[in-house]
Design a protein around this ligand. Sequence first.
Ligand code: ADP
Ligand code: NA
Length: 301
Amino acid sequence: MAVTVAILGSLNLDVVFSCDSLPAPGETILCSDVRSGPGGKGLNQAVAARRAGCAVILIGAVGRDANGVTLLGTLEQEGIDPDRIARLDDAPTGLAHIMVDRGGENSIVVASGANKADFPLRSLIDGIEAPVFLAQLEVGLAPIKAFFAQARRAGSRTILNAAPAIPAASALFEDSDILILNEHELAQFSGASRPASDEAAIAEAARSLMVRDDQAIIVTLGARGTQIIDATGSRRIPARMVTVTDTTGAGDCFCGVLAASLARGAALADAVGRANLAASLAVQRSGAAAAMPTAAEIDAA
Ligand code: ADP
Ligand code: NA
């Protein structure tokens, strides 16, 4: 039987506008292309883990609308069981508007809709078993708390991708064996006005978030790769040099593949290396979930 990763998270329909540059406040711009596709951190990470070769239990919610049908169809195509996706009458499916400029930089606004529903998610968590539990912050904090409590009951490892940076989510850090943040999220959670620049400053900021000695913090640094910080020290794992098409979902690819590798028993540094490799493939393709590489593609790279 395949190793399983349990993921609690959002499902969104992404509407992606390709533009020359991102609009400034007050500015209106015309874009060359718009297309829609499956997204949301939960769905993206689920697709990344699934394509990386794991079975995936995904807990989440969509509305009873056309976008929800589209996203459930994506799960089915990817071989992810939709049994633990609540279908809500009174909330729309999550919707994200994403602008991507020519350099691959993006700007995103999310209408959470069904993703922020509390009770249905909590009721879907009981009894889940998997070696790794992975969550992000596009759903309510109470369901994540319940999800990590289930992980503890099951004796499993917990990974919190602390994105987007919601200050109240620091209450979940004590329940997280591994925290994953990008440099902007690290700055926000550590109360800095801008991202730390060098390795030592990043390590210091990461340590300020640590609430347990046995925690590892992984900071993703875009084209500069990744930094792992734990009680014993800090080290950088560089990214591959690639030509970027669309960085949407890079962090999600990283998290999903990391969770899949850890579930299969890889050591943390090896799992980070494989997740870096996978994310370097995802940034060369447009789209979020659609850009996730398969295990064979990661092996070939
Ligand atoms: P987020 O998508 O959350 O902003 P990052 O931009 O830090 O996250 O990217 C996550 C990971 O994706 C990085 O740690 C790296 O492995 C990979 N990655 C991102 N951008 C690039 C790039 N330009 N070249 C190669 N790898 C990249
Ligand atoms: Na991409």
